[in-house]
Design a binder for this molecule. Sequence first.
Ligand code: ZN
Length: 68
Amino acid sequence: MSFLHQDKIIPPDEEAGEKAPACPRCKQEMWLVVITKNTSDEGTDDWLTYECKKCGDVVEVERPGSPA
Ligand SMILES: [Zn+2]
């Protein structure tokens, strides 16, 4: 994959700014597949869903967002 320098387009994994976790089963690096925004009175949290491309295992990681 190659990216042009465009500020408007941010790949999901770049936006997340986090290293993907290793798969608990096969230790492969997992892929970020979904970012779910969860807005509450305390701010917006992100739920990052990672999927292992090898065994299909899925892990969800909560990333606290900025306070409202
Ligand atoms: Zn796996």
